[in-house]
Design a protein around this ligand. Sequence first.
Ligand SMILES: [Fe+2]
Ligand SMILES: [Fe+2]
Length: 302
Amino acid sequence: MATDERSPPEMQLETSIRPYNYYRNAVEKHWDPHEIDLEADRDGAAELPDPAFESLKQSLALFGAGEESVTEDLAPLAVVLEDIEDQLFITTQLYEESKHTDFFDRYWREVIHTEEKRRGQELSSPTDEQWFNEPYDELFERNERAMARLLEEDTPENRAKAHCHYHLTIEGILAQTGYYGLTLAYGENEPDLPDLPGLVEGLKLVRSDEGRHVGFGMAKLKDLVMNDEIDPDLLQETVDELVPLVQQSLTGDGGASTESGPGPSPSELSEYAYTKHQQRMQQITSASEAIPDVEQLTELET
Ligand SMILES: [Fe+2]
Ligand SMILES: [Fe+2]
């Protein structure tokens, strides 16, 4: 047999499949939350009227705590996934969720605390109960339970529910929507609020990472649906149960966004979230639609 007709030797890694590609994309797009310049944000924070400063803290507390929760709750998936390429991907996600948590913590230390000192205020804590409402706590408790259940009973239904909680709802709807709203509020196009370019830069990098995470969850769900392991209705039902909690987390008493304040309104954000979610459900459940490639998942609309 001529050399070129031999099949290639088996290798350790399957380098043409999605989870490997996502892992590589994560490595190539590596960023350090401590390298983001926060100098201009300290100036911007000084221009915020009191209510806007409080509402910025509220948003940062909610998203910082959210990143901490998802960092803590992801591990069961790493235990149950069998393929090495999936493991490579999950290590990047765990690392990235840690960096997101670190980014919010650093922002509080270096921007919020600096500004509180300048205003002669007592230094606040991002973990203070005042920032969180009941629907928010409930949402994250349900996510934690959905993930932990994988360790007790690793069934297709439980995997589907875990991905629906974690990837489709918390990351796909809550985080993507909230970050999009904050980016608009503190970006260059909102005349009523000062620019916070370090925050916007960090959020861009976080959102790009989240695009990859959501894509991984979508691909896992699509496999379960296409292999007839779960009823596709389970996905919509699971997400529908959680959506009211997401909305109340962002807009309810102690939520991050108000209809009258500067930046996008809660109804605009809900519409954005709903459209994105419906698109994803189509891509998961319809055989003729594909999950967007990793470049598309991680690129951000302006
Ligand atoms: Fe994250
Ligand atoms: Fe994530």
